[in-house]
Design a binder for this molecule. Structure first.
Ligand code: GLU
Length: 492
């Protein structure tokens, strides 16, 4: 077999959707698994939908996710650059190429000029809708002779070029996931190939580029499945060898609907900003619509590359389960170093107003203890903000009934006073001191076990549950503890 060459071909119409990232991932796995090449091509033929900086953002998201490619469009020193011998890889820079192939189709009788006005087409569509028909071009310009059509084009008449499909032809192709597929041309429109602005449509550009860029496998979302017969027809019309096809199941939400912006996060950037780790995101997303044959759920990029096959891609939509994502992400947070999670957590802590940049620079060790204290319980790095809130709060509010009851114990005043007494003996609480503190209070007050620990925890942290006491003592520091204990004593 010739060298495997696959591509990810996003349109720069916004941010990278997580469904898009999954498509990119499967292409990447397949390319690496087969020691082939992976190409990033930008499909910007719809000039009305372009979004500023979308290419840079797409590339940034792929980079963040660790999806590396070999050819195509890159960003280096804030500049878009292209690499590879089949460029340009940005479709708007390939207009001459498409024009040449559109002309070839016209000459061969596989395409025709169409001069229908927008009004006529709108009217036609409305009529078809009223009759309950699927909107489709009626072939009005199909029989204009090429000679006459060329004259009208030369005279400057506005036009598009359409694919000239035979009326009743079964178009067959094989999908590596879905098997054999047959669609009759009766159910396909005479697709516009070249628009009046001189840009090709997606259908024309995708076929020309995949051919010229020697793409061997087209791996894309199932929303493109109905378009594939048109592409197959074009390959045949040009006499080109066809690639293999793989259409991936859509990423769905829990209601089995397409994930949409209206229901919340859909872009890779949304998840990055919420504090998901790239490994967590990539590992979980890969499992939406694919599983390795050992059904392992925690997988590194290398393991996925090694285990990936199209046979294990499912035919039906994969459900994006946020709880599962959180679980997988939590796993990666727990197995990351404290330094890494601290570095990622600092911007959130600054954003929440708990600390500022200067504090972060001068108190890195303290911040590491802070993050380490809650790290085990995080699903996302962003959650650090709510988990450590009680450390930064000025006033503690004790809301849990159980916690309130614990403070009603008859030993509590003596315990809290003993605690305050003991604190008089130190300047500040360091880790060493924090480790011995409760023992010392136990000795001086004679209160022990639950009676000692639980009310102390509630008084200084506001809750009966929570992280390691030693860490809490160290993180709060002497002044804050005294303030909190006094407040509780006053309220008793
Ligand atoms: N430009 C298309 C998209 O944005 C790519 C479809 C394909 O891979 O053929 O999804």
């Amino acid at each position: 077999m010739s060298e495997v060459r696959v591509r990810f071909a996003p349109s720069p119409t916004g941010y990278l959707h997580i469904g898009g990232l999954r498509t990119a991932l499967y292409n990447y796995f397949f390319a690496r698994n087969n020691k082939g090449k992976f190409i990033l091509r930008i499909e910007d033929t719809d000039q009305t939908r372009l979004v500023e900086d979308a290419i840079e953002n797409l590339i940034k998201s792929l980079e963040w996710a660790g999806v590396e490619y070999d050819e195509g469009v890159f960003v280096e020193n804030h500049q878009i650059v292209q690499k590879g011998e089949y460029g340009p890889y940005i479709q708007s820079q390939r207009l001459d190429i498409y024009k040449k192939y559109v002309d070839e189709l016209i000459e061969k009788g596989h395409a025709y000029y169409c001069f229908c006005s927008k009004d006529r087409l709108d009217h036609l569509r409305d009529e078809q809708k009223i009759k309950g028909l699927v909107p489709k071009y009626d072939g009005f310009c199909k029989n204009i002779s090429l000679e006459e059509a060329k004259k009208r084009v030369a005279a400057g008449e506005e036009h598009v070029v359409r694919l000239k499909l035979p009326h009743d032809l079964d178009i067959k192709f094989h999908d590596l996931v879905r098997g054999d597929i047959v669609i009759n041309t009766k159910d396909i429109d005479d697709q516009v190939l070249l628009k009046s602005d001189g840009f090709p449509t997606y259908h024309m550009a995708v076929v020309v580029d995949d051919h010229l860029m020697k793409i061997t496998h087209i791996v894309r979302g199932e929303e493109w499945l109905p378009s594939t017969p048109k592409h197959i027809y074009l390959y045949d019309a040009f006499g080109w060898e066809k690639p293999e096809y793989v259409h991936l199941p859509t990423v769905l939400n829990k209601d089995r609907k397409k994930l949409s912006k209206r229901q919340g996060d859909v872009s890779v950037d949304d998840f990055r900003l919420k504090g998901y780790l790239p490994e967590g995101m990539v590992n979980y997303l890969a499992l939406v619509g694919w599983s390795p044959d050992d059904n392992e759920e925690i997988l590194t990029m290398e393991e996925m590359v090694e285990k990936f096959t199209f046979e294990r891609v499912s035919k039906t939509g994969g459900i994006f389960d946020k709880d599962k994502l959180d679980w997988v992400n939590g796993h990666y947070i727990r197995s990351s170093s404290v330094e890494r999670i601290t570095d990622l957590a600092i911007p959130y802590l600054i954003e929440a107003g708990y600390i500022d940049q200067e504090f972060a620079e001068n108190n890195y060790e303290w911040l590491q203890v802070l993050v380490d204290t809650v790290k085990e319980s995080l699903s996302t790095v962003m959650e650090v903000v709510e988990k450590v809130k009680f450390i930064f709060d000025d006033e503690l509010e004790i809301v849990e009934e159980g916690a309130k009851n614990l403070l009603k114990g008859e030993q509590v005043p003596e315990l809290l006073n003993g605690l305050l007494e003991e604190l008089k003996n130190v300047e500040e609480i360091d880790m060493e001191y924090a480790k011995t503190f409760m023992k010392t209070v136990q000795k001086s007050t004679g209160i022990k076990g639950k009676n000692l620990f639980m009310p102390t925890r509630v008084a200084i942290s506001g809750s009966e549950h929570g992280p390691e006491m030693v860490n809490i003592l160290y993180l709060l520091g002497k002044d804050k503890i005294i303030k909190r204990v006094n407040k509780v004593l006053n309220d008793l």
